[in-house]
Design a protein around this ligand. Sequence first.
Ligand code: AMP
Ligand code: ZN
Length: 303
Amino acid sequence: MRLSSEAFALRLRRAGLLIDTGVAGVFAGGSGFEAIVSGIDRAVSALGAGQQIEVVRFGPTMNRSDFERSGYLHNFPHLSATLFGFAGDQGAHRDLIDRLEHDGEWTARLMATDLVATPAACYPVYPMLARRGVLPDAGTVLDVASYCFRNEPSDDVTRWRTFRMHEFVFVGEPEAAVAFRTGWLARAEHMLESLQLPVSIVPANDPFFGRAAPLLRQQQLDDVLKLEAVIPVHTSNDGTACASFNLHRDHFCRVWGLSVRPGVIAHSACVGFGLERLALALLAEHGLSVSSWPSGVRELLLL
Ligand code: AMP
Ligand code: ZN
């Protein structure tokens, strides 16, 4: 039986699976939770085994100028976060400490660094490929993962601000990008069914910001650019998106000048798995005690 988000969160905390950090949407995982996350991460990696896929692991931050060029601030400013640091002299330091100890407004003394928090694991891929130069003829597929950050504080136990995303990304011919998504959708659906999760694949849209948002959301839905694997985790929403299957058309490749042939801009597509959300979906479906999960699920996750 599914619980409300609040009741589910309470049970997860009591079981030591999730640990509060005192801020909304940021949790630490206890050892039981982390074992599930590692199992999912491995199972996701295994989906790409035996294929020509380059594995790259990024940190939780990315180059700020790459981020600026990506267009994220135009579409999702409300989710973005920039890293600030102290770069002053001794006088500025005294001022910083004074503010810290008096009005608490010390952050006003910081300067933006050349880093931002990575919003999705695939964002650093396109500038990386652009720096490398020519794409292989058959296009390229990467397996990437990182901590991601989206500034969306929430009481929903499935909506985190700092979370891990594991993605497969394709860059190449336009038709091949569509075929990539179709193939990976089938592969992911098969994995989620093997994990005995009640999954629905539904068209979705990204949470665009501002006046153009309704139009952009509708366009994404009409053109079926985003599909999500939605799983019921708690009763406080209609289901939680645990993976997404995205066609970007030429958006990133145009920005980064990635061509398949002279004069032909490449297309990209990505398939992203949310590791914490999948762990929560498994805990909601099979219970908080992993030792009583179905044996097939435990074998698949090496638990
Ligand atoms: P998206 O780029 O929004 O399609 O995200 C890819 C996947 O990352 C989603 O399907 C989720 O599984 C996961 N994800 C996105 N946002 C969050 C969040 N706020 N908290 C936890 N997981 C998330
Ligand atoms: Zn992506």
